[in-house]
Design a protein around this ligand. Structure first.
Ligand code: DP6
Length: 338
């Protein structure tokens, strides 16, 4: 049985950092994002009796191929655990071959592992004959969350989405806020540093509570997801800009004050922060947000796109820029990679 899926990465406006439950990856609060049209993973998953051992291969946009090792820990180990979970649920005992192709460079700190995880889970359950689970978007998002990446669960639905806060596995699932064509804002990923991050998100989630500002973040988060959802529905760029920038800096404050601390910003990140704030003060509809990495996600309106792109690309710290529009979530596709 062979099946393929394409899934987008996403950029969060109200971020997920720290968990309510580490075993089932429940985020601290509702978290929301937009899917990214040019940061995609295309994955083919096959269960077959002729396959003697499980293998997972990732190929990035530079055609760099990487065989994932079960023992290497973190998200890599989680992929193999997810494969076992798919086998348990479907009852198959067959071994699997998985190949995943990314449209963006691997390990460049771009857009996290969300695209890969979402495509892996959807194509895996489909290849195991569990089509009903794949077609049930909330249920699919729970499975993606359980694979270790709550941020990836947001890529299960279309356009602008939110992963709901919940006290149990059942309660935390994805919901669409608005479809991709609701609002034509753009995310320019400005790459200033292409090294792999030194502290993984998972390590960060586990120590977030050690920050003396953690409780303040939990309190502050109570109203933010609702405010951000409203700003998206109202296409209120100024409000979303304010909420997102504050949330991103607030999350990085937790990161930098946890024990051990994590410093994700590079010199180029700070240059971009100043540049974007200056542009906004000059009347340009633009804001920044950073995930667990040095590369800025620069959100702007279509109207200001060419100006913003020109200004960003002119900075000597910026190596390249990936332009993204809002797009649909994970999809099963006919085209197989092998
Ligand atoms: C900083 O545990 O979902 O991107 O799978 O590496 O993306 P990855 O990590 P995950 O945490 C990522 C959190 C974040 C903020 C966010 O996307 O909400």
């Amino acid at each position: 049985m062979k099946s393929s899926a394409i899934a987008p990465a996403n950029i969060a406006f109200i971020k997920y950092w720290g968990r309510k439950d580490h075993k089932i990856f429940l985020p601290l609060s509702t978290t929301n994002s937009m899917n990214l049209s040019n940061c995609l993973a295309h994955t083919t998953f096959e269960f077959d009796e002729n396959i003697k051992t499980d293998s997972i291969i990732i190929i990035d946009s530079n055609k760099v191929e990487k065989e994932i090792k079960k023992e290497s820990g973190g998200k890599n180990t989680m992929l193999f655990r997810t494969l076992d979970r798919i086998r348990d649920q479907s009852g198959t005992r067959l071994k699997a071959r998985v190949v995943s192709e990314l449209t963006f460079p691997l390990g460049a700190g771009i857009a996290s592992s969300a695209a890969g995880m979402a495509a892996f889970v959807a194509s895996g359950f489909m290849a195991a004959g569990m089509e009903e689970k794949v077609n049930d978007i909330p249920e699919l998002s729970r499975e993606i969350r359980l694979s270790g990446s709550a941020s990836a669960a947001r890529s299960a639905a279309d356009g602008f989405t939110e992963l709901l806060y919940g006290e149990s596995h059942e309660q935390s699932f994805v919901r669409m806020i608005a479809p991709p064509d609701h609002w034509d804002i753009i995310d320019l990923v400005a790459v200033v540093d292409s090294q792999e991050k030194s502290v993984t998100s998972s390590e960060g989630h586990e120590v977030a509570e050690t920050s003396p500002f953690f409780n303040a973040r939990v309190e502050y988060l109570k109203e933010k997801p609702d405010q951000a959802r409203k700003a998206i529905l109202d296409k209120d760029f100024a409000t979303l800009a304010e909420l997102s920038e504050v949330d991103s800096i607030n999350m990085h404050a937790i990161m930098m004050t946890s024990t051990p601390p994590a410093f994700y910003f590079a010199p180029g990140s700070i240059v971009l922060i100043h540049k974007i704030r200056q542009m906004r003060a000059d009347g340009v509809a633009v804001f920044f947000t950073f995930d667990a990495g040095a590369n800025a996600h620069i959100i702007c309106t279509k109207e200001h796109l060419s100006h913003v792109k020109r200004e960003i690309e002119a900075l000597q710290q910026v190596k390249f820029v990936i332009e993204n529009s809002p797009c649909v979530g994970v999809r099963i596709v006919d085209k197989h990679l092998f």
